[in-house]
Design a protein around this ligand. Structure first.
Ligand SMILES: NC(=O)c1ccc[n+]([C@@H]2O[C@H](COP(=O)([O-])OP(=O)(O)OC[C@H]3O[C@@H](n4cnc5c(N)ncnc54)[C@H](OP(=O)(O)O)[C@@H]3O)[C@@H](O)[C@H]2O)c1
Length: 234
């Protein structure tokens, strides 16, 4: 048996987060905490994992009941990796995109991450070297191609990219590395909402395999980096 790793994955009820939990759970040395709002889907995911190493945290990153989260992670002394994968995309032309939608997108894609990192800092700073992986988007990268309907989403992903650089600096003395993967098109339900009819060249499972490996080992080679992970536009 190798060294046990404790990993938190947000947005685990579907898409890349779901497949990343499945991937990580193949190794019985990994202990995974899967977070999203949809309890039934998390329970179904847990059942899919034969090593009995997945615990679920039904949790809304917008309402953010901090006490509930603290109770859920109470028994954990340290967290080796936090994968901030949960994301919200609303595809709406700018002139019709309400300020309420802007706020909700930023609540999930930015403030949810901020609060999660703040809440989990005690356990992240006691790991040998923890790795926070923020899932960004090519749309949030300066100078990349932009697409109509995605202004709030892309702006929120630009914000998470910048936050990554800031946190890497601020948390380095706590033994925490922070990186951002700026993803290109991956075949998921979110992609279908953003680009109806478009077929992405990368599957969610393939992305999940890359992400699981990166979360566990990428911080040996990167810190404070925004890494494009894209083979196509979009
Ligand atoms: N797919 C792509 O082509 C692509 C490209 C670039 C970047 N990305 C990024 O990659 C990540 C995963 O994308 P995906 O395509 O797998 O998305 P997805 O299929 O839409 O899944 C999004 C996940 O986020 C969770 N989530 C949404 N709102 C939440 C909230 N308020 N509280 C807690 N969890 C919440 C959802 O769970 P519940 O509904 O159960 O809460 C779901 O599990 C996202 O950050 C996305 O922006 C994806």
């Amino acid at each position: 048996m190798g060294k046990q790793k404790i990993i938190i994955v947000t947005g685990a009820s579907r898409g890349i987060g779901y497949d990343t939990v499945l991937e990580l759970a193949k190794n019985p040395d990994n202990q995974i905490f899967a977070l999203s709002r949809n309890k039934a889907k998390l329970e179904a995911l847990q059942k899919m994992c034969a090593n009995n190493n997945v615990q679920i945290i039904p949790f809304d990153l917008v309402t953010f009941e901090e006490d509930k989260l603290i109770r859920a992670v109470k028994g954990i002394s340290s967290i080796d990796a936090l994968i901030n994968n949960a994301g919200l995309l609303i595809n709406e032309p700018f002139d019709g995109l309400s300020i309420k939608s802007w706020r909700t997108i930023f609540e999930v894609n930015l403030f949810g991450v901020v609060q999660l990192v703040q809440t989990l800092l005690p356990q992240l700073s006691t790991a040998e070297r923890a790795h926070i992986v923020n899932i960004g988007s090519m749309g949030g990268v300066q100078g990349s191609s932009k697409f109509p309907g995605l202004s709030a989403y892309s702006a929120s992903k630009a914000a998470i990219a910048n936050l990554t650089e800031c946190l890497a600096e601020e948390l380095k003395d706590k033994n925490i590395s922070v990186n951002c993967l700026a993803l290109g098109a991956i075949q998921t339900e979110m992609l279908a909402e953003a680009f109806p009819g478009y077929e992405a060249p990368v599957t969610s499972r393939a992305m999940a395999a890359y992400l699981a490996e990166f979360a566990l080992n990428g911080h040996q080679f990167h810190n404070g980096k925004i890494i494009p992970v894209a083979v196509s536009t979009p």
